[in-house]
Design a protein around this ligand. Structure first.
Ligand SMILES: Cc1ncc(COP(=O)(O)O)c(C=O)c1O
Length: 460
């Protein structure tokens, strides 16, 4: 029997990324308020928000400085757009700040409202640029299996998870996928990390050659694949992949939507993984999710092409009503100010060894095949057999079951494909809270193991 609120929910809302049929049976988990790293549901139960919302609430809940920044900007100028050459101070200042922080030379910023819009924009800008440069065939886009870059039509085409494509008639033509850099799952027997990385770079090169390099425009990658299962690429991967992209003049686009602003203990994820992209997408922690805002950080060569093409066409015909919304931009500026003042990159790097030590200790658990992560993000992959690495059949929903046990223990975690359970806490988590978070996860894993044994799930 669903509660009144739950009944109203299922009778009114279509939830993103949800089994809608199952939701009608079990109802939603309704949250009412948050404070610091804690969330409270409609029954008053407390949870550690171990996923920072959707990898985004970096400064946790109830940050009065961000509330005040939004309120002050709303009072001063609640809206003006950037169309037709209009502008406002918060957007200009945010663009200046991001240019200054960029890990590679960045010429300009284009603002949007979500990671998906940022990646859609990247694609449109690459196409527009290549038309401007007189190479209209150079349009295909490569991403990786298990990638996640968003769910709009083009970003959804980049994403490499089957349930984002099936029955949505995606991917669009011209979107290609290369191998996923997950050593634990996809390395050949006896293949070391370097050799695995070499093989994946060779596979990427073979794909580009098969398609014809004159038709391949860009390669998209997250430094660490988040929604695909928190996949940390093998040693040497980005250096080898980057060399292939450079050889065939394929633009390397870095999706920093999860990794940006300190998550990996560096300001940008590409700095932790050691690569230099041409363009960057940012979102999520940019405003600590207090308001939606995202950005495309683009290089001079692209900007010059956009200027030339718009002069020819008459206008640069891309944008959104809320591109660079002044209130979102003001909140993002305050967020970046707090990151600098609190030295979040350094403090995250200092907290990471404790987080990773607790995470890697879970590899001893009978259900955990692999514990992987970097900085303050990680996952455990639950397996039916540790020695053979045999996976659980997806129909058992072992990862989802573990997440439900975690909720019962007062922890928000997330089940990802391949029965992985992830953690990505707010940056403000303290060392003691990291310990408490893992203790709750350990109790959830014990309950999952009991359930797996009782139901004899591992056997079939
Ligand atoms: C790496 C990455 N890129 C893009 C997106 C899409 O962002 P949004 O949901 O804001 O459209 C996400 C969302 O989780 C993401 O993880």
């Amino acid at each position: 029997m669903l509660s009144n609120l739950a009944t109203r929910d299922v009778e009114t809302l279509v939830h993103p990324n949800t089994n809608l049929a199952q939701l009608r049976e079990v109802g939603p988990l309704v949250f009412e308020r948050g404070r610091g790293i804690y969330l409270y549901d409609s029954d008053g139960k407390e949870y550690i928000e171990g996923m920072a919302g959707l990898w985004c609430t970096a400064l946790g809940y109830g940050n009065e400085e961000l509330v005040e920044a939004a309120a002050a900007q709303m009072r001063k100028l609640s809206f003006t757009h950037l169309y037709n050459g209009r502008s406002h101070d918060p957007a200009i200042e945010l663009a200046e700040k991001l240019k200054e922080m960029a890990p590679v030379p960045i010429s300009k910023l284009f603002f949007c409202n979500s990671g998906s819009e940022a990646n859609d924009t990247q694609i449109k800008l690459v196409w527009y640029m290549n038309n401007a440069l007189g190479r209209p065939r150079k349009k295909k886009i490569i991403s990786r299996l298990k990638a996640f870059h968003g769910l709009t039509v083009a970003a959804g085409s980049l994403s490499g998870l089957s349930y984002n494509h099936v029955d949505f008639d995606l991917p669009l033509p011209g979107f290609l996928q290369t191998a996923c850099p997950h050593h634990y799952r996809f390395a050949q027997p006896g293949e070391g990390e370097e050799d695995f990385a070499t093989r994946l770079a060779a596979e990427l090169e073979a794909l580009i050659l098969r398609e014809d390099p004159e038709t391949v425009a860009a390669f998209f990658a997250e430094p660490i694949m988040g929604a695909g299962g928190v996949i940390v690429p093998p040693r040497g991967y980005f250096a080898k992949i980057g060399a292939v992209c450079a050889k065939y003049d394929v633009m390397m686009i870095d999706d920093e939507v999860i990794c940006g602003f300190g998550r990996l203990g560096t300001m940008f994820g590409c700095q932790a993984l050691g690569f230099k992209p041409h363009a960057i997408s940012v979102a999520k922690a940019l405003s600590s999710a207090y308001l939606p805002i995202a950005g495309v950080m683009l290089p001079e060569v692209m900007y010059q092409a956009l200027v030339a093409e718009s002069a020819k066409v008459g206008t640069f015909g891309h944008g959104f009503t809320y591109s660079g919304h002044p209130v979102s931009a003001a909140v993002a500026l305050k967020t970046l100010e707090i990151y600098a003042r609190e030295r979040v990159v350094q403090t995250n790097a200092a907290k990471a060894p404790r987080f990773l030590a607790r995470l890697h200790k879970l590899a001893d658990h009978p259900l955990v095949g692999e514990a992987r992560g970097l900085g303050l993000v990680g996952a455990v992959e639950l397996v039916a057999d540790k020695t053979s690495r045999r996976a659980f059949a997806p129909r058992h929903g072992v990862g989802a079951r573990c997440v439900r046990f975690a909720e019962a223990e007062g922890l928000i975690a997330r089940a990802l494909p391949g029965e992985s359970v992830s953690l990505c806490p707010p940056f403000i988590i303290t060392p003691a809270e990291i310990d408490e978070m893992f203790e709750r996860l350990e109790r959830a894993l014990t309950r999952t193991l009991e359930w797996v044994r009782k139901e004899k799930i591992a056997e079939g």
